[in-house]
Design a protein around this ligand. Structure first.
Ligand code: NDP
Length: 469
């Protein structure tokens, strides 16, 4: 299968070099991609600028009707989209179906939001109306962990606020995003939403383009910093959702059965490849052995294999680079005294498989605890006092999320207030809401996504001062 960019409503063969898309479960080639050239990126941005002249004036009702048609088409094609996600990303088919369904629901939620117009009255009788106007062309660059969902998170707030958008999916996982762009283009004018295929250089050409008014990016801190640096000359608005190293703190009084289920579900969500997954587990010393035992039982019940197989509960790591990185972190942790709790499992010979791995007897000072692993391995660290654990968990450059596990909800909320992170969960982790702002502190991000706060970052304010004649 040869796959194409979608520029100005047309499926277009890329004019730059080719590369392959690999199924991480068996390392087979599932698609060939010809990357878009710099001229084609330019064309997509020009088409978006041209389409913006009309799209910015489209009525709210028209946008709602379009979103309803797109959500209905996504649901109608849910199974085939989910199969693409499993093939390119590796997650189980059930998880891929969840990703598609959640995408459709997210679009419906966004559709229900009203973009506010504020009216101010001055003492002298003058009225000031404050509008949230569209920005123009939005560049979106999306990663390989939740390719369909994150494309929805980028593209639909842009369209809702009447911007035009050009997306570049990850080179590893373009297939489900192409399907999404095809569905969108059935219902919107040409040029409003384009998609350019390619590697980092295409992302760079797109995000640096002088006609782009805003960049929305999800991926590594390093790439996010580079995008922000290049935004200066044209003063682009930039929203960055970057990496995290979320700590979960389990207090003495936690319900260990439900905590073990919730912690495992978050830490190993999508084989641990989720920005807001629980990545460092801090457990009070009095319950350390009991909780690790429960986690171990859940880990050992997983069936690791090709996510397309209905019996499988745990898929591969998405790409070789990430597989090698996670393997190296595990080896380093063991070399520094960490103890692997999980028994080695039979895993398929081909494919980027790593069974869910729990590592005990580790602490800060080793890479597995200090850095983001972004894969199926969880370090379990002991603590004895709350003040001490807060200091240890906050002592990081990341600030995406964190969680507290306790039956004392008052105390848990007091601890949440001390955590240096944009999202704190109590007795859960990773569950996101389209209604709540989501954004990282420190090196985990810039700006917000989701909720009205996130939506309005796709607009700029215009104050209209009205004085009677
Ligand atoms: P990157 O940040 O390199 O890639 C994310 C996206 O940015 C991809 O579409 C990539 O294209 C694109 N890109 C790469 N370079 C540039 C550039 N200079 N300008 C614009 N776009 C660019 O992440 P990696 O895939 O390298 O993953 C590495 C690490 O990033 C992981 O270990 C994890 O820590 C973190 N990560 C975080 C995610 C999150 O959800 N917050 C998601 C994925 C990764 P291409 O893939 O084609 O190179």
């Amino acid at each position: 299968m040869h796959i194409h960019s979608i520029i100005n409503g047309q499926s277009v063969m890329g004019q730059a070099s080719s590369f392959s898309v690999i199924n991480p479960a068996d390392e087979s080639i599932i698609a060939e991609v010809s990357a878009a050239s710099a001229a084609q990126v330019d064309e997509a941005v020009h088409a978006a600028s041209a389409a913006f002249k009309n799209w910015k004036n489209v009525s709210d009702d028209t946008v709602k009707q379009i979103f309803a048609k797109i959500a209905a088409d996504i649901r109608a094609e849910k199974n085939s989209i989910a199969q693409l996600i499993t093939q390119e990303q590796g997650k189980t088919l059930g998880m891929a179906q969840f990703e598609v369904e959640a995408g459709a629901s997210w679009i419906e939620y966004l559709s229900s939001l009203e973009i506010p117009i504020e009216t101010l009255q001055e003492p002298n009788g003058k009225i000031i109306k404050v509008y949230n106007r569209p920005l123009g062309v939005v560049a979106s660059v999306t990663p390989w962990n939740w390719p369909f969902m994150i494309a929805v998170w980028h593209i639909f707030p842009a369209l809702k606020t009447k911007n035009c958008v050009v997306n570049k999916p990850s080179e590893y996982t373009p297939l489900s995003t192409i399907k999404l762009a095809e569905i969108i283009n059935r219902h919107i004018p040409a040029g409003v939403c384009s998609l350019v295929l390619g590697k980092g250089d295409v992302g760079q050409a797109l995000t640096e383009h002088p006609e782009v008014a805003k960049v929305t990016f999800t991926g590594s801190t390093r790439t996010g910093q580079s995008i922000l640096g290049h935004s200066v000359s044209s003063l682009k608005s930039v929203v960055l959702e970057l990496g995290g190293n979320d700590a979960g703190i389990v207090l003495e009084d936690a319900n260990l059965d439900t905590a073990a289920e919730g912690i495992f579900a978050s830490a190993f969500l999508n084989a641990g490849q989720t920005c807001a997954a629980l990545k460092r587990l801090y457990v009070h010393e009095s319950i350390y052995d009991a909780l690790t035992e429960k986690l171990l039982r859940i880990a050992e019940a997983q069936i690791v294999g090709n996510g397309a197989d209905a019996a499988v509960t745990f898929g591969p790591v998405q790409n070789k680079m990430q597989y090698d990185k996670v393997k190296a972190l595990i080896a380093d942790a063991v070399a520094q005294g960490g103890k692997i709790l999980t028994a080695s499992k039979a895993i398929p010979e081909k494919g980027y498989f790593i069974a869910p791995t729990l590592i005990a007897d580790v602490a800060e000072g080793i890479a597995l605890v200090d850095d983001e692993q972004f894969g199926p391995v969880l370090p379990i660290v002991k603590f004895s006092a709350i003040d001490e654990v807060l200091e240890r968990t906050n002592n990081t450059q990341f600030g995406l999320g964190g969680s507290v596990w306790s039956t004392d909800l008052e105390q848990a909320q007091q601890i949440a207030a001390q955590m240096e992170a944009g999202t704190v969960w109590i007795n859960s982790h990773s569950d996101l809401s389209p209604a709540a702002p989501f954004g990282g502190w420190k090196l985990s991000g810039l700006g917000y996504s989701f909720g009205l706060d996130g939506l309005l970052l796709f607009t700029h304010k215009q104050a209209v001062h009205i004085t009677g004649s």
